[in-house]
Design a protein. Structure first.
Length: 392
């Protein structure tokens, strides 16, 4: 018994180490590029980005015109009036951004919202800087004019309040950096050329720092979502979150006219493990089975713990034939050994949205569940897919 416990501990230490390395690579990927995030993270991130875009846009819509009085009292005419008109238009643009976007779960909409927010000050800078540089000003007016030259710094630093990836940080910073380069190339500098070169370097540095802050927010969000949405024992999605993800995937498949396959996996004779060896060994058996399930899944597939020893595998873009191939590969790999050394088996039912003509994800799960029971009643350790029911 003691040797068995040591071997089990060594096995799980190794498995934990491998899992940690895989998680580190996955987290790094998620922080660098926006593709590959789980649907749940995408939904949460999209909602947060749009919420903050609306908040920032509303604040700038209010604050931007408040500076008109300063412009009118400091700058000569007609420059002051040109700037006042420009501020009014910018305020309207900010207000439009705040009102145009509503709460969303789409990252495309969220990206458009953030790009729209940043476009307003970028255009304002490209117009105001050459405008001010065309007038002879000095003293206090010269000092205030420098504020227009440093507008890109404010917006690049503002990226730090959004949960973004490194790629997104570079993409959102680029237009503001390019706008500064365009001002220099067009000889519209409000400040000495050397000052602009230093400012350009500093702008790039601030964009890196702001992006790192955004990545830190994203990492924190991913960690929170994962902790709240994953089963503590098996580290796969809980049923509550799984139902939410199923709804997203089914709706997406319906809109795109693409297949969506499910595999309902029920471990055979699992109760006997708990009864004979105790719940600790039962938990170990569940972990090993989950690890084997992960091996055959693609990055876009979703694994849900549906019940005690029941799992649901969601395979977007996969038809019934492709799902059967994946599940047979799983059966060939095995679901890990039970405490007595015998390989754990499972009864599996497969359903597919288009082939089964299901109206919603609940019907699709029911189809897969029914076929799993057919497999269970027909001797266990088998797969039942569309059309197989007549053979059992």
């Amino acid at each position: 018994m003691g040797l068995k416990r040591v071997n089990a501990a060594a096995y799980f230490d190794g498995a934990l180490s491998r899992f940690s390395r895989e998680m580190s690579r996955a987290i790094l990927h998620d922080l660098v590029v926006p593709t590959g995030h789980s649907p749940l993270v995408q939904r949460r991130r999209a909602g947060l980005i749009v919420s903050r875009v609306r908040w920032v846009a509303a604040v700038f819509a209010i604050l931007t015109p408040l500076w008109i009085g300063v412009d009118l009292s400091i700058f000569p005419e007609p420059l002051a009036w040109w700037l006042a008109g420009l501020r009014v238009m910018a305020s309207v643009a900010f207000a439009s951004v705040a009102l145009a976007f509503r709460n969303t779960e789409s990252m495309k909409v969220a990206s458009l919202a953030l790009a729209s927010l940043l476009a307003v000050p970028t255009v304002f800078f490209l117009i105001s800087d050459p405008l001010v540089s065309g007038y002879p000003i000095d003293g206090l007016a010269q000092a205030l004019a420098a504020g227009y030259a440093f507008l890109p710094f404010v917006m690049v630093a503002g990226l730090s309040v959004f949960p973004i990836t490194a790629t997104e940080g570079a993409a959102y910073s680029a237009p503001l950096i390019l706008a500064t380069i365009a001002i220099i190339a067009g000889d519209f500098e409000l400040l000495p050329f050397r000052t602009y070169l230093g400012a350009l370097w500093l702008l790039g540095l601030i964009s890196v720092v702001a992006t790192l802050a955004g990545m830190s927010q994203l990492h924190f969000m991913i960690q929170l979502v994962n902790q709240a949405s994953h089963d503590a024992l098996t580290k796969v999605y809980t049923r509550r979150v799984g139902e939410e993800l199923l709804d997203v995937q089914f709706s997406s498949a319906m809109r795109g006219g693409t297949p969506l396959a499910l595999a309902f996996v029920d471990l055979d004779n699992f109760k006997s493990v708990n009864d004979r060896y105790g719940h600790e060994e039962g938990d170990n058996t569940l972990r090993k089975a989950t690890e084997q399930l992960r091996k055959v899944l693609r990055r876009g597939d979703i694994l849900i713990r549906w019940g005690g020893e029941e799992f649901l595998v969601v395979m977007p873009g996969t038809d019934a034939k492709g799902a059967r191939v994946a599940i047979e590969r799983l059966r060939a790999e095995g679901l890990g050994p039970r405490p007595d050394g015998v390989q754990q088996t499972a009864s599996i039912g497969i359903a597919e949205r288009m082939a089964d003509s299901t109206a919603d994800w609940g019907d699709l799960v029911e189809k897969a569940d029914q076929r799993m029971y057919v497999a269970k009643k027909s001797g266990k350790d088998r797969v039942v897919t569309i059309g197989d029911e007549t053979f059992f």
